[in-house]
Design a protein around this ligand. Sequence first.
Ligand SMILES: Cc1cc2nc3c(=O)[nH]c(=O)nc-3n(C[C@H](O)[C@H](O)[C@H](O)COP(=O)(O)OP(=O)(O)OC[C@H]3O[C@@H](n4cnc5c(N)ncnc54)[C@H](O)[C@@H]3O)c2cc1C
Length: 462
Amino acid sequence: MRHGLSPYSGSVNDTTLSGVSVLVAGAGLAGLAAARDLIARGATVTVIDVRDRVGGRVWTIRDGFTEHQHAEAGGDMIDEDQHEIRNLAAELGLKLSRILRGGFGYVRPDAAGHARILPRNAMRGWTRMAAELKALSNPYRLAERRWESPITADLARRSVSTWLDQVKADPELRATATGLRGFFLADPDELSLIALIDQFSDNDATGPGNMYRIEGGNDRLAAALAAPLGDRLHLSTDVVALSHRGKVVRVSVKNNRALAQINCDYAILALPATLLRRMPITPALPAQQHEAIARLKYGRATKTLLQFSKRFWRAPGRARAFGSPLPFGAVWDGNEEQRGRAGILSLLAGGGASDATQAIVAKHGARGLTDALDFLGSKGSELTASRQIVWEQDPFARGGYAYFDPGFDPALRGWLARPSGRLFFAGEHTSIKWPGYMNGAVESGRRAAAEVAAVHMAPVAT
Ligand SMILES: Cc1cc2nc3c(=O)[nH]c(=O)nc-3n(C[C@H](O)[C@H](O)[C@H](O)COP(=O)(O)OP(=O)(O)OC[C@H]3O[C@@H](n4cnc5c(N)ncnc54)[C@H](O)[C@@H]3O)c2cc1C
């Protein structure tokens, strides 16, 4: 019997779980990737999601835009070295479009507060940040980047802003750190220094390489994963409670106010920790696991999609994506691979910028944000459509994605992914290498499915 998964391998196909019932809570990429592997192993699978659509935080918006254009309200870019999601897309017959070939540029306010594009310079931005963090990254590397190490604990209880004060950071370094809220979704005073160090001490990181998105919309990946599920997928259905005793997992679900109970052999919980922590589980999870799930923070994230009649931001030699410490956050060409004269700019405002960008729109409408993009040539542009999605107000996400704050004990991180009896955990937040990414979600779902198979083949005492 074939059992193992090679790294980035394709589909699993064996009968390890034949006759075994598994409930998957959450039809985001993690839950859907888990379901696919479980089915390939012969399991009887039920997938439940409270939304009326699959994909969770992958959500392609098509309504309202002219020229049949679309853009991503959630997960957008796929990196070159994100093999799990790239291979999965290829297996499902989906094509990736290469995007943002010029990489990210930087925008800063000048002395008068006007946004200006910085000239390209190797020691700017991320490169400069990596150099500044080197002295702290080295001990972390000696700890082999283990989160149980006292080295990690020492780094983790400091915030990024405390570190900036300690190294007497100049305004440029501070602006870079603030601009990173478009990436971590947390301001320097909210973010643990370990999050930054972890990012910049990855030996395997090849830097910002090629970037892609799925042709026709990232939601095509979720749709392709969901298609074979048929009536095994239950949408608009809420998982409200779980009990796991002996060999049975009892899952209480609610649909249209009607409560029902589903009994199964195993359950994979592929829900954001923000929702998982509200769910009664009996018997309770181990104290450390409960604590890890309860304490994990999720960043504020507002995505604004602005469609204009012309792509005024394009200019020879100029990047099509920019990080900034300004209230609009990061901005990039949101649909360069699509046909038409019109074009969409995607703005991601994380942490405090999320509040600031909402305030601009509340006061001046989407035109207020357009005015803030003056540095790209927005003056006189024709705004044809706009959408704003505030993820911290989404009841089924309650934030953009997970981040580690100085209050999170790093030794608890491993508990986020640890199985408990017949319950297994997946989701972006459980990923060690790719937290906050679609790739991390896919990988975690596949990992959880493989764990179910492993436990089933060699049951541990519960
Ligand atoms: C604004 C934004 C920008 C992003 N940009 C990128 C990017 O450029 N590149 C990238 O790789 N990633 C990006 N991400 C992250 C990426 O979208 C996520 O990491 C990934 O989609 C998470 O997948 P998941 O399956 O872990 O969780 P989710 O997609 O959140 O899936 C969980 C599912 O559980 C469901 N659920 C919740 N509670 C219950 C319940 N009680 N019962 C039943 N169902 C429930 C939810 O409805 C949801 O469908 C971005 C995210 C956001 C928000």
